[in-house]
Design a protein around this ligand. Structure first.
Ligand SMILES: Cc1cc2nc3c(=O)[nH]c(=O)nc-3n(C[C@H](O)[C@H](O)[C@H](O)COP(=O)(O)OP(=O)(O)OC[C@H]3O[C@@H](n4cnc5c(N)ncnc54)[C@H](O)[C@@H]3O)c2cc1C
Length: 406
């Protein structure tokens, strides 16, 4: 398994040794220096690892704490089409912990559904990951598109995501999906993966690949067992369907890596630097002639006020209230942001805490022991103690053994 920063999916894959979609990062060394620990006699080849800059893992470097709710539906995202008054409503919400990762694939399905009506003047409700992407695809297809939303980036929930490729993170529950959903997921995953490759190498690194290191005090267990979830929900795991586009993780022999734990694994995963990526999406959409209007809808009947006959509903967690869709279960996640470190380009996972070095900050996230961490918790209030505990877990690594304090 891989550890992808969005969370537990990462740990899950990491433990399974698949190297999959997620990744980890490396713990570092002294401030401003490159980690180059003393080799242990007769063990390992340090030249297989790049030098790793230290992460300054201290609570005084917290610049903000953000909280976000993943819109999880046991059946998977809602992608059907319905009629409301004189409007055709194309749904595109409920992507759990995979909204960014699946955005292009899911948006492709929604855009196709909208265009199949024959209409070329289309409204999109929502300006998060799904709304922006779907609107972009519709605009590229030649439609006149207006986004209507209460908030736009950087104020949406999407803007508070981790920013890692995690296409099957809390995307559905085992036994709750319709026939064909798994194949549809694969299609969304592959479409998105291909789209993200076109954002590599651009100024500001909206999308990039980074190494992640998962660290263990004991040998990570074999197999791919899903940890027992106290809430009784078992999240689907589809990563095996896309192994051909998923880098494998690699066990690093004791002594062959700079970390103070005996066991370490390295994976490589795609990362979204969301501040830049969302800004780029919005700029491109506006430059292409797309429009955005600030508007709040209180009930589906409010859609009647729109001039467009076709409306794509990308309201994310907001669909729970707007569409009275109580099948949406919140899965809370909190990020403590440390001041960005330009020289750090890796992720790290240790004892239920994940770290991702983004260009706009060091993401520190308590991810718990299963993907159910935060399940059915709709509190969007930040917890300073949760943030400090997560930092302390990683900081403890720096005080141990060979890794100097940062
Ligand atoms: C802590 C955390 C980390 C995550 N990390 C990742 C990750 O690394 N990778 C990944 O792929 N996914 C990740 N996710 C999941 C991802 O963030 C979500 O799946 C995604 O944000 C959903 O996007 P959305 O566009 O559907 O919803 P939102 O971003 O919530 O956007 C909804 C839009 O609809 C508008 N809206 C809602 N209701 C109304 C209304 N009534 N009237 C008008 N406008 C309305 C809002 O203003 C907003 O513009 C993470 C989630 C969390 C909580």
């Amino acid at each position: 398994m891989t550890f992808d920063i969005d969370a537990i999916a990462n740990r899950r894959r990491l433990l399974a040794g698949l190297g999959g979609l997620g990744l980890m990062g490396a713990a570092g060394c002294a401030p401003g220096q490159l980690a180059r620990p003393e080799p242990m006699a007769g063990l390992g080849d340090f030249d297989t690892l790049p030098r790793l800059a230290p992460i300054r893992m201290r609570p005084d470097r917290i610049s903000k704490i953000t909280v976000c709710l993943r819109p999880f539906r046991k059946a998977g995202p809602r992608l059907d089409v319905e009629t409301v008054g004189d409007k055709t409503v194309v749904h595109n919400y409920g992507h759990g912990g995979s909204g960014w990762s699946l955005s292009w694939g899911s948006g492709t399905i929604a855009a196709k559904n909208a265009l199949s009506t024959g209409e070329r003047d289309i409204a999109v409700i929502g300006c998060g990951a799904l709304g922006l992407t779907t609107a972009t695809l519709l605009r590229r297809a030649g439609a006149n598109v207006t986004i209507y939303a209460s908030e736009r980036t950087p104020d949406t929930r999407s803007a508070r995501a981790t920013g890692t490729w995690s296409p099957d993170s809390r995307i559905a529950a085992v036994g709750a999906t319709a026939p064909g959903f798994e194949a549809q997921w694969e299609q969304m995953c592959r479409t998105s993966y291909a789209a993200f490759q076109t954002y590599l190498g651009l100024a500001g690194d909206p999308v990039e690949w980074t190494d992640r290191y998962s660290l263990f005090d004991n040998p990570p267990g074999p197999g791919r067992a899903t940890p027992h979830d106290p809430n009784g929900v078992r999240f689907v795991e589809y990563v095996d369907r896309v192994r051909d586009i998923t880098p494998r993780s690699l066990d690093l022999a004791p002594g062959s890596h700079p970390f103070p734990t005996p066991y370490a694994r390295r994976g490589t995963a795609m990362q979204f630097n969301i501040a830049e990526y969302a800004h780029l999406l919005m700029t491109d959409y506006l430059l292409a002639g797309g429009k955005i209007e600030t508007m709040t809808f209180h009930t589906p009947a409010d859609l009647a006020a729109l001039k467009q006959k076709v409306v794509v509903n990308c309201t994310g967690y907001g669909a729970r209230a707007l569409w009275k869709d109580e099948s949406i279960i919140p899965v809370r996640g909190q990020i403590a942001w440390l001041i960005p470190q330009f020289e750090v380009h890796y992720g790290l996972y240790y004892k239920g805490v994940s770290i991702l070095a983004r260009r706009d900050g060091i993401v520190v996230q308590q991810v718990g022991q299963t993907e159910a961490w935060g399940y059915n918790d709709d509190s969007e209030v930040a917890s300073r103690s949760e943030a400090e505990d997560a930092i302390a877990t990683i900081a403890a690594l720096y005080g141990r053994g060979r890794t100097p304090a940062a």
